[in-house]
Design a protein around this ligand. Structure first.
Ligand SMILES: CC(C)(COP(=O)(O)OP(=O)(O)OC[C@H]1O[C@@H](n2cnc3c(N)ncnc32)[C@H](O)[C@@H]1OP(=O)(O)O)[C@@H](O)C(=O)NCCC(=O)NCCS
Length: 139
């Protein structure tokens, strides 16, 4: 998937956080340890450092949401990350992002901490972020 298409999907997901520019995707995609799982209408993006992975983005086009696409992308990228040495996958999610939190809970991510006033919504307002983690060896 091209950086431009990823930026377009991110924008069309109507995310309540800052939308990445195509040039940010272009800069990060070639880097060592960066993995993407792409679908026509969405994608997951993650980084692996040693045995620890971090989910950077999970995105579905607004018109295709609630059809299981993000769940599927996340399950697939988890497998890719394990093949590339990851043992744990962590992520941060805004407390108000109910759809994303529902997916992470469903896929056995556990809340490990809360970062107060950590994430900024698209209007610049701060809100708490939940840090969640999954042991990928248990999948
Ligand atoms: C979060 C996001 C990726 C989910 O994508 P999706 O393809 O719709 O996800 P799925 O269809 O796999 O699953 C959505 C789940 O959320 C649930 N859901 C949707 N809206 C909800 C709400 N307001 N409250 C609680 N659960 C909700 C659905 O019922 C579904 O759960 P289920 O499978 O148990 O029924 C998508 O909404 C998105 O792109 N949001 C903007 C970007 C974003 O915030 N990404 C996450 C952080 S990077």
């Amino acid at each position: 998937m091209t950086p431009e298409k990823m930026a377009q999907l991110h924008s069309n997901s109507e995310a309540n956080h800052r939308i990445w520019h195509a040039r940010e995707f272009a800069q990060i995609l070639p880097l060592k340890g960066i993995y993407a799982e792409c679908h026509q209408h969405g994608f997951a993006l993650a980084r692996v450092i040693d045995s620890e992975a971090e989910l950077l983005l999970l995105v579905t086009h607004k018109m295709k949401q609630n059809t299981g696409l993000a769940t599927n992308c996340l399950l697939k990228i988890e497998q890719k990350l394990v093949k590339n040495g990851a043992r744990k996958l962590s992520l941060e999610v805004s407390e108000s992002n109910k759809a994303a939190i529902q997916i992470y809970k469903k896929l056995n991510y556990k809340k490990i901490s809360v970062r107060k006033s950590y994430s900024r919504d698209k209007n610049g307002k701060f809100e708490d972020a939940v840090v969640m983690q999954k042991d990928l060896l248990l999948i």
